[in-house]
Design a protein around this ligand. Structure first.
Ligand code: NAD
Length: 251
């Protein structure tokens, strides 16, 4: 099960956190993984870790906010079977505290990044009649997260893009799904924690939003990505996979 040999994957934001764990997990299942990131140091570190573990990976310097760079990606990578739109950024604040600059940054990376790269890679998947696109949404794409106005806005958009793409291309062999993790212990969450005056209290509060009282591990998100990438998930498209320790189930 979950054999990705002869498949090529491109994971954005794979130089850190969840993207790195997904890149490692897909490589363990024998995919050739393109580790795409704006951060060359983090990206190359992921590539080294994958190679040390016996997998195949290459670094691709890519800024997903650039439509031109996204359109040019396939020329370097060749055909992509699995696209993981993972690169994302966060910001704390209500609508009143969200500056136009923050809003633009969040929309550019979290929404337009998914749009640019999917638009660049989807035609070649459709031509070959197969492919799996996996978008990193969030718990914040399904229920609003307090003090995360811009983030919640962009992640609801990612869920919408996922469903719209899945529907429009449902008879083609190309599947589109999204992952909705709760709080995952990565540099992304560490950065949010640094914004609170009482970091320990903020950590406990963030851990407690998962009903089982702990944060999600990056490899637990990667396991779901592996399933969605595999042929075993042939009947799964347009779905949101919750990996949130029950957060969205209710209180
Ligand atoms: P992270 O900050 O650890 O890693 C994000 C990576 O994206 C970094 O390597 C960064 O360099 C890269 N990146 C940022 N902007 C980019 C751009 N314009 N082009 C290419 N790469 C870019 O974050 P993470 O926690 O691993 O989060 C990954 C994804 O998962 C994000 O979309 C995030 O919204 C989502 N997510 C995270 C959590 C969480 O609690 N950590 C929860 C739910 C969803």
């Amino acid at each position: 099960m979950f054999d990705l040999s002869h498949k090529s994957a491109l994971v954005t934001g794979a130089g850190s956190g969840i993207g790195r764990a997904i890149a490692q997990t897909l490589a363990q299942a024998d995919a050739l993984v393109w580790v795409a990131d704006i951060n060359a140091e983090g990206g190359n570190e992921t590539v080294s870790q994958i190679k040390q573990a016996g997998g195949s990976a290459k670094f691709l310097s890519l800024d997903v906010t650039s439509a031109e760079a996204c359109q040019g990606a396939l020329a370097t990578t060749g055909p992509i079977d699995i696209l993981v739109n993972n690169a994302g950024v966060g910001a704390v604040g209500t609508i009143l505290e969200t500056t136009r600059e923050d809003m633009d940054r969040m929309l550019n990376v979290n929404v337009l990044g998914v749009y640019h790269l999917s638009q660049a890679i989807l035609p070649s998947m459709l031509e070959r009649g197969s492919g799996s696109v996996i978008n990193l949404a969030s718990i914040g794409g399904v229920v609003a997260v307090r003090d995360r106005f811009a983030y919640t806005t962009t992640k609801f958009a990612v869920v919408g893009m996922t469903k719209a793409m899945a529907l429009d291309h449902s008879h083609t062999g190309v599947r589109v799904n999204c992952l909705c993790p709760g709080r995952v212990e990565t540099p992304f969450v560490q950065a949010r924690l640094d914004e609170y005056p009482d970091r320990d209290a903020a950590y406990k509060e963030m851990a407690s939003t998962q009903l089982n009282g702990r944060m999600v591990r990056p490899e637990e998100v990667a396991a779901a990505a592996l399933y969605l990438a595999s042929d075993e998930a042939a009947m799964v498209t347009g779905s949101c996979q919750m990996i949130d320790g029950g957060w969205s189930a209710g209180k």
